[in-house]
Design a protein around this ligand. Structure first.
Ligand SMILES: Nc1ncnc2c1ncn2[C@@H]1O[C@H](COP(=O)(O)OP(=O)(O)OP(=O)(O)O)[C@@H](O)[C@H]1O
Ligand SMILES: [Mg+2]
Length: 326
């Protein structure tokens, strides 16, 4: 599985800056003790390039990648992360979700696959997530409709069974109607959830997103593992599923945290070759690693030590192509 590729032309031409951290500081708190993890860290990622963030364990690589991916924020007054010149650090709510879902794909250091979902379902997660808000509104609507219908029916049946002769009987009818309203609300939500499960199944099978997910998984050599759950996969297969998921919405930028960190050398090389092919097709990649051999696959390496960016230099492409040394 070794496809020699060249860097995307944009990268060698020095494309425009798509993602950058400007003087970023990040401090965690352990109880009352502040733990400074990043200090005045600045990097720029250009369109179409493959950037490696290289550093020892605990140097702040994951933290920096999380800030770039909008999964965490810098300290207040601790610099800014920008995507195409727009501050990511100040995004909130739907705008932040849209950034995480469409503008970038994120590969976590420890996969973070959902154990109860199959390979195909996991890889389609980013396509399903944006519907959550709509889904909550529809669920609420179904509950309200169920409440109204339940109350109406409850009142009707109560009225027939207990002809309202006095206030006490009317109160009992109201109680029956209220009970039916609650039952109606629950039934409304249940019907809606059932409908969603069916629609999700339909979407998993026939939508363009599902086709794209299947194609990506097939590209990654997982066509025969679509119905497997993460616990039934090898480490390399889990990582390929995680990368397929990150690419599910066809984001232009991939942020990958130690994509080969938990894999043997051969499997790691396979993963890097996959990334290389995607990179050759225009994907911008920011990859975190502690391994200089893995970093050699990138166009450029940023070294980080104790939360400070030390060095920002192009990798030596070697005699023929970059990244052949792993
Ligand atoms: N939520 C947190 N609270 C407190 N300290 C944290 C938290 N997250 C990370 N740290 C600390 O910040 C430092 C940097 O963590 P980070 O995960 O960014 O390192 P890393 O370079 O990715 O390391 P590794 O290569 O082992 O994954 C570590 O010393 C870690 O203990
Ligand atoms: Mg890490």
């Amino acid at each position: 599985m070794s496809t020699p590729t060249t860097a995307h032309p944009e990268a060698s031409a020095g494309g425009s800056v798509v993602l950058e951290a400007e003087g970023v500081r990040k401090t965690y708190r352990m109880g009352r003790v502040p733990v400074r993890v990043l200090e005045d860290a600045s990097i720029q990622v250009r369109e179409g390039e493959w950037l490696a963030i290289l550093g020892a364990s605990g140097s702040g690589k994951s933290t920096l990648l999380h800030l770039l991916g909008g999964l965490d924020r810098p300290d207040r007054d601790g610099g800014v992360v920008k995507h195409r010149g727009r501050s990511v650090s100040s995004l909130r709510g739907a705008a932040l979700n849209a950034y995480r879902n469409r503008d970038i794909g994120f590969v976590f250091q420890f996969y973070h696959l959902l154990p109860e979902l199959t390979v195909l379902e996991n890889s389609m997660l980013p396509c399903l997530v944006p519907r959550n808000r709509l889904s909550a509104s529809l669920s609420l609507t179904a509950a309200l409709v169920g409440t109204v219908i339940g109350a109406q029916l409850g009142w009707l049946f109560g009225d027939v069974a207990l002809p309202a002769a006095d206030d006490a009987t009317t109160a009992r009818i109201a109680l029956v109607a209220a009970t039916w309203a609650v039952v109606g609300a629950a039934l409304g939500v249940l019907c809606y959830q059932g409908f969603r499960v069916i629609m999700d199944r339909v979407q998993m099978k026939g939508s363009p997103k599902a086709r794209y997910a299947r194609e990506t998984l097939a590209d990654f050599g997982l066509a025969h593992r679509l119905q497997h759950r993460p616990s039934q996969l090898s480490g390399g297969e889990r990582q390929r599923t995680a990368i397929a998921r990150a690419l599910g919405n066809e984001p232009p930028i991939l942020l990958a945290d130690e994509p080969t960190g938990n894999l043997d050398a051969n499997t790691g090389r396979e993963i890097l070759e996959l990334l290389k092919t995607r990179h050759a097709n225009g994907l911008t990649i920011v990859m975190v690693t502690h391994d200089p051999k893995v970093a050699a696959y990138a166009d450029r390496v940023v070294r980080i030590e104790d939360g400070r960016v030390l060095e920002d230099a192009p990798t030596d492409p070697g005699p023929s192509d970059h990244g052949q040394s792993l």
